[in-house]
Design a protein around this ligand. Structure first.
Ligand code: BGC
Ligand code: ZN
Length: 357
């Protein structure tokens, strides 16, 4: 059938609305209800998202944030005409994680993303889709906000990551809640606002940070949700952090200098989650964030170890030491008077040891 679709030509970008001939072959047929636009779409259009690519030929139908209504279930169980559905963005490749339905943790990059890389998106009148990737909305009253499901799922994943990281130590307050902890969320766009809401609902004190005065509507959203905010053009981050320590931080901006602001200010044992990537950055720095964010890389600080770590180290040497030839690490045994061990390095030196008796 012929329908209207919003098309771009990655990696060059550009955007146009065209009449396209689409086969609705296979899968559940869905009439698009709404599609959202986010920074990712804008970057694709500006030709700045390096990994954007067409499904075939030169063009890509945009749109990864979408809500639709089933127009023909084509006999798939669990689907009826009129059902509200959210199509998933990322579709699995063949790796282990993809086979477990965790293509968000794809190990080899062999996935596609609707409207972004290798798969046409949902900015078109109708599409047909594999029912495994359609998530049903049961409460019809949320139809008009259900388009937020896709960006919100990113915030929900951040919550999952946060829940793992806070298990490192008793991170919570002395009454077992998180109310004494401050989370700084950088960026007050849709994603920042959703992240703030998700974490606020966990009981943590959220401070939304932006470099510009907030628009009235954004401010009132934060106020009515009990979310604090900070405009760093009128109050410095350092000053705020002195009053409200930065126990955790989430970046939804994707600018390298935010990473610096976070690492400069975060408390000991803090948790920082980087989410955004922003194609406007100087390219050498951009790749740092892209490599971390787009590949789910966890970077975590660590210093010293506990008594239990000592005990485990001993068990390791006891059980693995010979097998793993750990003795090879000791390349020299020296008397205490052999002080050149402190200044000279021998060819092949690994660990020199001073023998005292
Ligand atoms: C989407 C993600 C996607 C990412 C990178 C975001 O806008 O929400 O699902 O993985 O872009 O392509
Ligand atoms: Zn998006």
């Amino acid at each position: 059938m012929i329908m209207r679709a919003i098309i771009t030509e990655p990696p060059r970008g550009g955007v146009r609305l065209s009449e396209v001939q689409m086969e609705l072959s296979g899968g559940v047929v869905v009439k698009t209800y709404q599609t959202g636009i986010c920074g990712t779409d804008k970057e694709i259009v500006e030709g700045k998202l390096k990994f954007a690519r067409p499904e075939e030929g030169n063009s890509l139908i945009l749109g990864h944030e979408s809500v639709g209504v089933v127009s023909d279930p084509r006999g798939y169980t669990g689907f009826r005409e009129g059902d509200i559905v959210i199509p998933m963005v990322r579709r699995p490749g063949g790796c282990r994680m993809c086979k477990l339905g965790r293509q968000d943790y794809c190990e080899d990059g062999d996935f596609v993303e609707a409207g972004i890389r290798g798969k046409n998106g949902f900015m078109r009148e109708e599409f047909s889709d594999d029912p495994r990737f359609l998530v049903k909305v049961n409460d019809r009253s949320i139809l008009d906000i259900a388009v937020l499901t896709e960006p919100l799922k990113n915030a929900i994943k951040m919550k999952e990551i946060f829940q793992f990281l806070r298990l490192r130590n008793p991170w919570y307050c002395d009454d077992s809640t998180l109310t004494c902890k401050n989370l700084y969320v950088f960026g007050t766009g849709t994603e920042g606002m959703l992240i703030s809401a998700v974490f606020k609902s966990m009981g943590i004190n959220v401070i939304a940070v932006n470099r510009h005065p907030l628009k009235e509507n954004v401010m009132s959203y934060f106020e009515s949700n009990g979310i604090d905010y900070l405009d760093t053009s009128s109050e410095s981050l350092d000053k705020r952090v002195r009053d409200q320590p930065m126990n955790a931080a989430i970046d939804a901006v994707g600018a390298m200098d935010v990473l610096k602001e976070i690492t400069d200010n975060i408390s000991n044992n803090g948790i920082a989650i980087m989410f955004g990537t922003n194609g406007q950055l100087p390219s050498s720095l951009y790749t740092i964030l892209e490599n971390v964010v787009d590949r789910n890389v966890a970077i975590v600080g660590s210093v010293d170890g506990s008594k239990e770590h000592y005990a485990e180290a001993i068990r390791f040497i006891e059980t693995q030491g010979k097998k793993m030839r750990l003795e090879k690490l000791i390349t020299g045994k020296h008397l205490p008077e052999d002080l050149k061990v402190f200044t000279e390095k021998e060819e092949g030196e690994i660990k020199k040891v001073i023998v005292w008796s």
